[in-house]
Structure formats: structure tokens, C-alpha cells
Write a protein that binds this ligand. Structure first.
Ligand code: SF4
Length: 306
């Protein structure tokens, strides 16, 4: 068994469940400039207190619809049927027309899918075809270096593998501007976690990851950003870069604190609540209220191992 994994504990019902979104929202690492890269207060508002805006942000609505349309085109070649996808996300008949913006974005993205493969295999001259599994909802067990056990959500948009071949992992990113795209997946928490999870579940040594970006504004440029992940180094990267955040989140969950008990990192919102649903409430709290559980300095010191 790989040191980072603890399958025996995965059956424990109330154990911590973590997603890559939680980790990045809390702040996954100590960036050069002294930033966490996230905000513990906004993390707690969303995941601990379940505070949600009354009206879902349009970029979230677009993301859900675009992913559903992409999934349908990938699996069937056809646009989906209208449906209420989740509260406040109604995929309308108009959205389901091939010329809708979702249809256009999805087709731009799908051009970049890895071929559904003719793969050279090392045995028997077999040429297997990979069938894409889409919108899977899995998890895999993880134990940090300090012994915090959790299950990590694994939600690949598409993945595939054939006997004795690499895992192919695809994630679709619909963005408003090219500058929001990553330029490398090497240090991306989601890519590392998804690759590690798939390699664990399929017991494979390699994953070939493809992040397919599409810009929502015309001319809808699209491209694929790739990276090959190897199992041992990927697990070590998670230990080195994400364990501390997982451990801090476990402390937060175990102590029953609320969002205002945690420090805000206003560098995450450019000091003005940018893209933060808590901005109205939080702006009043930055100065006057000291966080109760832990301070920002203490979080930074913990992530530095001090
Ligand atoms: S407004 Fe800024 S500091 Fe406050 S919770 Fe949101 S991201 Fe954090």
C-alpha cells in the first residue's frame, strides 16, 4: 500500500471529505509573496456555514451548462435535452440548440480531445479502444504525513484507459479570458489530486492529463494544456504541498467554528472582495474582529512547517 493511502480507514463514515476546490479556496500553499493563494474565511463561509448567494453567479451557471452540453456531445454526438440541472441552472430549449453559445464552446473544446484511441499495447498486437467515462463521482482515501485521514473527491470530466496503457484524464475549462488559464499543470492541486486518485483506483503508474481551455468570448479560442503525472512523485507532491492545508481544514472542522472565526486573506480578493460572495459581510470584519481559532500568521507558519 502506498504510504499516503489508508484504505482501511476509508470505511469510516464520518471521516473528513475534501475536494480540490476546498483546498484551493482555503489557500493551498504559501506563495512567494506571502499569500495563501486562497482565503480561510471564504472557505468556511461556503463549506462550513453553507452561506450561498441568493442568485448563482453567471459564470457558475455557464460552467454547469457548458459541461452538460460538452458531456452530451462527447457521449452521443447530440445536444442534450432541456433539463433543470440544479437549482437556478435551467438548461433551456434555446441552450440546447447546436448554435447556442454552449454548443459553440463545447465543439471548440472537443476538437482538442485526445483521440479515442488507437493505442499501441505491449502484448498480443491488440489495439484497444478507450471508452470515455464522463462526469464520474468517485473518491479516494488519503492520509497526510501527520496521520490525518480523509477521502478526496475525484470528479474527472472525462477519463479513459485501456489495458496496459496510460490513464487519460480530461478537464474542460470555460474561461472569460486567456489570462485565467494555467500555463502548467505541474503545480496545480486539482490536476495532481485527480491524477493521483485515478492512478490509485486503477493501480496504474502514469496519467496523461489534458486541461482543455475554451475562451467564452469570440473568437472562442481553444487549446489543450498537457502534463504527464507519475504515481510516486505525484503522491509526494501532494504530501509536500497539500497535506498542511488538509490538516488545517481538519482542525477547522473538528472545532465547530464558523466563518467569522477564521482569518480572511484579502489578497485573495484583491483587497476589495473580488469574486467573493462574502465580501459585503466580510469587509466590516477585516479590521475590528480578530479570528478566534487561528490567525493568518499561524496558518502561514504551519504551512512553512514552523
Ligand atoms: S472578502 Fe476577501 S478576505 Fe473576506 S472572505 Fe472574501 S476573499 Fe476572504
Amino acid at each position: 500500500m502506498t504510504p499516503g493511502y489508508d484504505q482501511a480507514n476509508s470505511a469510516v463514515a464520518d471521516r473528513l471529505r475534501i475536494s480540490s476546490k476546498q483546498i484551493t479556496m482555503f489557500g493551498q500553499r504559501f506563495l512567494k509573496e506571502g499569500r495563501l493563494g486562497g482565503c480561510p474565511r471564504s472557505y468556511a463561509a461556503w463549506y462550513v456555514d453553507h452561506i450561498r448567494p441568493e442568485v448563482k453567479a453567471s459564470y457558475l451557471v455557464d460552467g454547469v451548462k457548458a459541461h452538460r452540453v460538452t458531456d452530451s456531445l462527447l457521449k452521443t454526438g447530440n445536444m442534450p435535452e432541456p433539463a433543470l440541472l440544479e437549482p437556478q441552472v435551467d438548461l433551456t430549449a434555446e441552450d440546447c440548440l447546436p448554435e447556442s453559445k454552449y454548443g459553440i464552446w463545447a465543439r471548440k473544446a472537443l476538437v482538442w480531445m485526445p483521440q479515442n484511441y488507437i493505442v499501441p499495447v505491449w502484448a498480443d498486437n491488440v489495439i484497444p479502444r478507450r471508452d470515455w467515462i464522463t462526469e464520474a463521482k468517485w473518491s479516494f482515501p488519503w492520509t497526510t504525513g501527520k496521520g490525518v485521514a480523509c477521502d478526496i473527491d475525484l470528479r474527472p470530466d472525462a477519463c479513459a484507459w485501456a489495458p496496459e496503457s496510460m490513464i487519460e484524464l480530461v478537464d474542460f475549462k470555460y474561461i472569460s479570458d486567456k489570462r485565467y488559464a494555467l500555463t502548467s499543470l505541474t503545480d496545480d492541486p486539482q490536476a495532481n489530486l485527480y491524477a493521483a486518485g485515478l492512478m490509485y483506483l486503477q493501480d496504474r503508474p502514469w496519467t496523461n492529463a489534458h486541461w482543455i481551455y475554451t475562451v467564452k468570448k469570440p473568437p472562442h479560442s481553444a487549446w489543450s494544456l498537457g502534463c504527464v503525472f507519475k504515481r510516486g512523485p505525484t503522491e509526494q507532491w501532494i504530501h509536500d504541498n497539500l497535506d498542511a492545508t488538509i490538516e488545517l481544514i481538519s482542525v477547522v472542522r473538528a472545532n465547530g467554528v464558523h466563518w467569522e472565526d477564521l482569518p480572511g486573506d484579502d489578497t485573495a480578493c484583491q483587497g476589495r472582495g473580488f469574486l467573493c460572495d462574502m465580501a459585503d459581510k466580510c469587509l466590516e470584519l477585516w479590521g475590528p474582529k480578530e479570528p478566534r481559532l487561528i490567525t493568518l500568521d499561524e496558518i502561514v507558519r504551519y504551512k512553512n512547517g514552523k
